[in-house]
Design a binder for this molecule. Sequence first.
Ligand SMILES: Nc1nc2c(ncn2[C@@H]2O[C@H](COP(=O)(O)OP(=O)(O)O)[C@@H](O)[C@H]2O)c(=O)[nH]1
Ligand SMILES: [Mg+2]
Length: 312
Amino acid sequence: MTTTWWQRLKSGLKRSTNQVGTKLRDLLVNRKLDALTLDEIEDILIQADLGVITASKLRSYLAAKKLPPETTPDEVLALLSECITAYLKPVAIPISLSKDHLNVILMVGVNGSGKTTTIGKLAKQWKDQGYKVELAACDTFRAAATEQLASWAERLLIPIHTATQGHEASGLAYDAIVKASKSGAGILIIDTAGRLHNKTHLMNELTKIQRVLKKVIPDAPHHVLLVLDATTGQNAIQQVEVFKKEAHVTGLIITKLDGTAKGGVVVSLADKYTIPIHAIGVGESFDDLHPFLAEDFARALVGLEDNTHDTA
Ligand SMILES: Nc1nc2c(ncn2[C@@H]2O[C@H](COP(=O)(O)OP(=O)(O)O)[C@@H](O)[C@H]2O)c(=O)[nH]1
Ligand SMILES: [Mg+2]
């Protein structure tokens, strides 16, 4: 199982690994770790979207090591991955769920970031763990959005709360939480719209949804998960800024790491914010969402083999 994940992660991160690990390895062959080489390492890290500040910290970390000339590329990459792991570890936190009450999960993020797909993946995992999962299609702006979520519900044989197109999202959220409470559901996952071009309207809608949820369960939503598309690279930082301020984000899920060389943005997010990174998406199928594991991610990113599991 873990081996399978490591292989999936490695192949999912292939483009980012080429951008970071392969380039660094090529650079480091027969090179001293002098100021020029350190500059070039920093440049490669910036190109892979680790961000200027994080890349500069990693450069300083390596410089402070004063590595002897015989240091091998593998040793340098191992040091880098240890430093990256240290940045990732404090935020690599699984989603906490209670078995004692209804867990209300609000999904937010811009259009196309992967909210609806991620809901399908989470619902499948949680259903498999024995939770009674229900969905609420609160992206009522587009009829297609409801259909997309409904098709996940159908495949998973789980209840879904829907409304007609244009219906007020917060009204549906209220009905859904009332019904889910009555039905004895363990988890209610609420999908939302993501029209960031109308930011004020979107943020008002998200605020209103959170307000009506609290009328029924005062500490709901228990999680506000911001879904970020890794292919947008450093733009993800701007999205965190907006949603963190307005939507009280409690955790991040980063999708589409399989489709980008910009996977370094995950390190940048971990370094800049204390917001937990719960899970990452490395593909479109049910199994392509996995808890975010700091060391695995760091080692895959710099192109090292897994040193904690037995890989053939
Ligand atoms: N390759 C890849 N595609 C993904 C991933 N997550 C979502 N997608 C795709 O991204 C597109 C937009 O996803 P969707 O869930 O509709 O985004 P939403 O607008 O935020 O609800 C769809 O084509 C998904 O299949 C992922 O981890 N990897
Ligand atoms: Mg959607």
